[in-house]
Design a protein around this ligand. Structure first.
Ligand code: FAD
Ligand code: SF4
Length: 569
């Protein structure tokens, strides 16, 4: 029998960037907030001497424990889905701060085009995509989201330069100057300019200088230690929820954090939610936390799963096209190339978001008239530091073992550069999330099932972007180039990107979306669901800038709702 706790104004499920932002804004405004995080407690001090590639980068030391909870996967709905037993294609966060602790820090805004993709595609190209592609406008314009983008960038202290001719209009510059442009990045810059592109140093949620954010949280300048992606930052330079929004929420005295608290159900009565049921993962005791408002910030997978297991909303059915919950699951395509050079380069220093790129083949920044796909992707080169175990690029034709392999591997270690793209992903009627009918998690709940495959649009974009990457790498002066091949089917095993989106999409029409443009659930006005699951399609760059902006918009919605209930739109 679950013990019922004292009611609070707001409960957040998950305390990563989304849960942390909503918690800090609500606590600052005087609301009582409880944050329930399934993973353990951690602070910046826990990352001292964390430079252990085997433990953190190869064996995913900070990430979700799949023996307790995972997802099942299949390429199409006629296949039997099987559980993902080891993290691979994407890396799910766990513990206080979520994946925001071990992210790279690349921090973008989507283009104005993304928010009106259906309307703008129709205006420019007519009916270019078949009806199987479920593209839709977001119900919110770039201009409406702009103040929230600015807010998130100021809170995490984004270092950047606004020189890309393709950027949406900004109300203010980035709070910090860009990270250093190294001589290695200049090689990309020259190659990109020679290819007729417009390179810029990419915006980073990593402080280039000492920074105090508007909430008073402090960040130190980056040391370019090279142990960033998949690691916590021991210098307190990479912005994460645990050095920005969470301590700010804690300082108010209105925020109670409970770690090792795994939420298993959102409780609903009539058309309102009343709180959540959770299990203390250390004692296995069960609790009910009543609240005036419930906010789901438990990432794409669990936001969708919790709604599904709680019976809130209509499940998407790919046969009929009816229902919205689980619809529009999207990912990204990741074409790339390795260029091999004659001269040695210093690649040991780096940072997760130390990068340079071009948006010339992203969004609708180029004419798609003769092409059989829409949108595109950011092409970039990351100087994140070389990891001795994982970095082993060798030119084509090198034997895969023995003395010749070792010689080529040692030679190429400081003479190879990777250039890659993040290609946008359009929703398809056959790509969706649902509940598995066989496999269960440690708490007896069905696992979330992912049905996903690359589409014709993905494959056409992959070939197009590969051609552009090849051109840039050759113009960088590479003596040989190894190109990544276009795979017919999506494979969940090799790492690609942790940019999962959709399943709990936003919009202006309850027939087409799960939440409205304040991320308020259409079927329960005191339930908010926030994260990349809200994206109706996935853009051609990293998602967290947009996730952070939506979380500030959601917090605004919760505060408005706490003063005057009812639908916010
Ligand atoms: C290796 C890596 C690199 C990345 N690099 C970048 C980058 O450079 N740029 C970028 O834009 N994005 C990047 N990302 C993605 C970025 O980390 C996410 O977009 C961001 O962290 C999402 O925040 P969130 O709050 O939605 O989810 P999360 O960070 O996943 O937080 C959700 C939290 O909810 C908790 N939770 C889940 N289920 C429950 C439950 N049932 N009960 C209680 N708690 C629960 C989880 O433990 C977690 O702490 C990267 C991700 C990874 C893994
Ligand atoms: S590279 Fe910079 S931001 Fe990243 S972990 Fe090292 S010091 Fe921190």
């Amino acid at each position: 029998m679950a013990a019922e706790l004292k009611k609070v104004n707001v409960v957040t499920v998950g305390v990563g960037f989304t849960g942390g932002i909503v918690a800090s804004e609500c606590a600052k405004a005087g609301l009582s907030v409880v944050g329930l995080e399934r993973g353990g407690y951690r602070t910046v001090e826990d990352f001292m001497e964390i430079h252990d590639e085997w433990r953190y980068a190869v064996n995913y030391g900070l990430m979700q424990d799949l023996s307790k909870e995972t997802i099942t996967f299949r390429n199409d709905r006629n296949m039997k889905a099987l559980p993902m037993r080891k993290l691979g294609s994407f890396l799910l966060g766990d513990g206080l701060g979520g994946a925001g602790v071990h992210w790279n820090g690349l921090n973008f805004r989507f283009f104005p085009y993304d928010f009106k993709i259906k309307t703008m595609t129709k205006e420019r190209y007519g009916s270019k995509l078949s009806g199987d592609y479920l593209i839709q406008d977001w119900g919110l314009s770039y201009e409406q989201l702009e103040p929230y983008y600015t807010k998130f960038e100021n809170i995490i202290g984004v270092s950047g330069e606004s020189v890309s001719p393709f950027d949406g209009k900004r109300s203010s510059p980035y709070p910090l100057p860009p990270l250093v442009k190294t001589s290695v990045m200049e090689i990309f810059e020259n190659g990109a300019k020679k290819s007729g592109c417009h390179p810029y140093v990419l915006p980073a949620g990593i402080a280039s200088q000492a920074y105090t954010n508007p909430d008073g949280a402090e960040l130190n300048p980056c040391e370019y230690c090279g142990y960033c992606e998949r690691f916590g930052c021991e210098y307190n330079a990479k912005a994460s929820p645990i050095n920005t929004v969470i301590p700010v929420a804690q300082k108010t005295g209105n925020f109670e954090l409970r770690c090792n608290a795994n939420v298993v159900e959102v409780l609903k009565k009539g058309n309102m939610v009343t709180g959540v049921r959770y299990i203390n993962t250390l004692t296995l005791e069960e609790f009910i936390q009543p609240a005036d408002v419930v906010v789901l910030g438990s990432y794409v997978m669990n936001n969708a799963k919790l709604l599904m297991v709680s019976g809130i909303g209509e499940m998407y059915d790919p046969m009929t096209g009816k229902g919205t919950l689980g619809k529009n699951y999207c990912y990204q395509i990741t074409p790339g190339a390795t260029g091999f050079f004659d001269d040695q380069m210093n690649l040991f220093a780096g940072a997760g978001a130390l990068a340079i790129g071009v948006d010339d083949f992203n969004g609708d920044n180029f004419d798609h008239s003769g092409l059989n796909f829409i949108h595109g992707g950011l092409i970039s080169m990351l100087q994140s530091g070389k990891r001795p175990i994982e970095t082993n690029a060798v030119p084509a034709g090198t034997p895969s073992w023995g003395a010749a392999f070792k010689k080529a591997s040692i030679n190429s270690f400081t003479r190879s550069l990777g250039v890659g793209a993040q290609g946008a992903s359009m929703p398809h009627r056959e790509n969706y999330l649902s509940l598995d009918d066989t496999y269960k998690d440690a708490y007896g709940l069905p696992l979330l099932r992912m049905t996903y495959n690359f589409t014709e649009q993905d494959r056409a974009m992959f070939d197009f972007l590969t051609g552009k990457i090849d051109m840039i790498v050759k113009n960088m002066g590479a003596k040989s180039v190894g190109l990544k091949s276009n795979s017919k089917d999506y494979n969940i095993v090799p790492y690609q990107t942790t940019h999962n989106t959709g399943g709990t999409i936003m919009g202006s029409d309850p027939e087409e979306s799960v939440v409205n443009t304040y991320l308020q659930h259409w079927d329960a006005e005191n339930l908010f669901v926030v994260g990349a699951g809200n994206f109706p399609h996935n853009g051609g760059c990293n998602p967290t800038g947009t996730v952070g902006a939506l979380a500030y918009r959601c917090a605004d919605g919760v505060l408005k709702y706490s003063k005057k209930s009812g639908s916010l739109v």
